[in-house]
Design a protein around this ligand. Structure first.
Ligand code: SF4
Length: 444
């Protein structure tokens, strides 16, 4: 039974030292009770207290790791139903299925294609996360051989999909070091699958036929000593998956322990558009891992973009490093633009500078990742800050002139900025799309 905030508070040091990031121990206790904080944040909690807090301090959804090294995927550890309540912690892992009945060359080529599913979005690289090898052949030796080849060809985390414990055992002989996710324990095979997961210290997916059977099966598998679980309710129709995923999350947050693990879903519609929509629903509504059967970049790109949007911390705008960026082969005579370090502001300006075909420099000012007008209104994009950025960023070493172009929307800053910095301030267009036309008129 979960402890209340007051019960937790009585076990804390009660010194209100604030090191946990909360103003008081009571506030921290309330966050713990709501599953929105981790006990580790308080450095003064004793081992006895940790034990006493037990389930109250454990995250409502366990953190599960699949894979090793750079390819490791972490899922779970979620604490909220809605992103605006706090944030979602671990983005849905995107897995691409490969059948084990392909010839070695075809199988290798498919894995290479999966390895290449990388996308640059607002300056960050996004990729798929797992290769899911399916034992469609039903053959033990073929599955093991394919597992070996896939393991050699990718550093992504692996999922081994077979309900045959013998096939799983043989495939694990080739891949155990890669700590694959074993899919799946069912009511027929769970004892053997649990034993394999324990022996190789890997995560195990548990597959029910509905929420009730899943809860029963999870209880049996955890009783067998496996703690790293991933849940599959067995649903495959989009509306049923949506309902089940929502229930899993709701019940987990209410501390129903059998559902306190991340989930796995499958988006396998034969129609590409339906497949992307299905996978999008799964990503939006709580899937820890979604498995797709495609290597088409046009299908994966919208999904990584959706995932990026959902799993971005709403309290932290996406920011670029505040510094001087060179666009094209800029020289000492190239124009110097200034904007904020909000990613979208930077990439809009960078794109339009490129489109102007006049190489230039962009100085991004640290505004905590907020856009130009937001930062100006919040007092984060001021003449003082821009003048300081001009002198501290090394911009003066990049250009021989002393002219800086500011966004037209903050023309009001120009006089004070000129006075403080000593640079001639040119007021640029209100929208960066106007940069090419602006240059033709005002830059020679
Ligand atoms: S770090 Fe611990 S002792 Fe300090 S305020 Fe937070 S809960 Fe209290």
């Amino acid at each position: 039974m979960a402890l209340t905030g007051l019960e937790i508070y009585k076990l804390l040091p009660r010194t209100n030292c604030k090191e946990c990031g909360q103003p008081t121990c009571l506030a921290f206790a309330m966050q713990l009770a709501a599953g929105k904080a981790s006990l580790e944040k308080c450095p003064y909690v004793t081992e006895e207290t940790k034990e006493a807090l037990g389930a109250a301090s454990a995250p409502p959804i366990a953190l599960v790791k699949v894979g090793v090294g750079e390819g490791v995927l972490e899922v779970g550890n979620e604490t909220v139903l809605f992103r605006h309540d706090k944030r979602f912690e671990h983005p849905t892992g995107i897995a691409i299925a490969v059948p084990d009945n392909l010839g070695p060359e075809e199988l290798g080529a498919r894995v290479e294609a999966i390895n290449g599913l990388n996308f640059d979005r607002v300056g960050q690289m996004h990729s798929v996360d797992l290769v899911a090898l399916e034992n469609v052949s039903g053959d033990v030796a073929a599955f093991a051989k394919a597992a070996k080849l896939v393991g050699e060809k990718t550093s992504l985390a692996l999922i081994l999909i077979s309900e045959d414990p013998k096939a799983m055992e043989e495939a694990l002989k080739e891949t155990a070091g890669a700590k694959p996710l074993l899919y799946a324990a069912t009511s027929e095979n769970y004892e053997k699958m649990a034993a394999l997961a324990k022996q190789h210290d890997t995560a195990l997916a548990v597959k029910g036929q509905n929420l009730d059977t899943l809860a029963d099966l999870v209880a049996k598998v955890t009783a067998a000593g496996v703690k790293q679980l991933v849940l599959d309710t067995g649903a495959r129709e989009a509306n049923q998956v949506l309902g089940d995923q929502t229930q899993l999350r709701r019940q987990a947050l209410k501390r129903f322990r059998p559902f306190g693990y991340p989930s796995i879903t499958f988006a396998k519609s034969p129609d590409p558009v339906a497949r992307v929509v299905e996978a999008g629903v799964h990503i939006a509504k709580y899937a820890g891992i979604v498995v797709l059967d495609t290597v088409d970049r046009a299908e994966i790109l919208p999904l990584v973009t959706l995932r990026l949007n959902i799993y971005t911390d709403p309290q932290k705008p996406i920011a670029v490093e505040p510094k001087v960026y060179e666009i094209g082969a800029a020289t000492g005579n190239s124009p110097l633009y200034v904007t904020t370090n909000f990613s979208l502001s930077y990439f809009c300006v960078a794109g339009d500078v490129e489109a102007s075909r006049v190489p230039g420099y962009i100085l991004t000012v640290d505004t905590d990742g907020t856009s130009v007008l937001t930062a100006w209104a919040a007092g984060k994009f001021t003449p003082e800050k821009i003048a300081a950025a001009l002198s501290e960023s090394g911009a003066a070493d990049k250009v021989a002139h002393r002219k800086v172009i500011i966004p037209g929307g903050v023309a009001v800053l120009s006089g004070k900025l000129q006075e403080l910095s000593g640079w001639e301030v040119l007021v640029g267009p209100r929208e960066s799309a106007g940069i090419p036309a602006f240059l033709k008129q005002f830059w020679s």
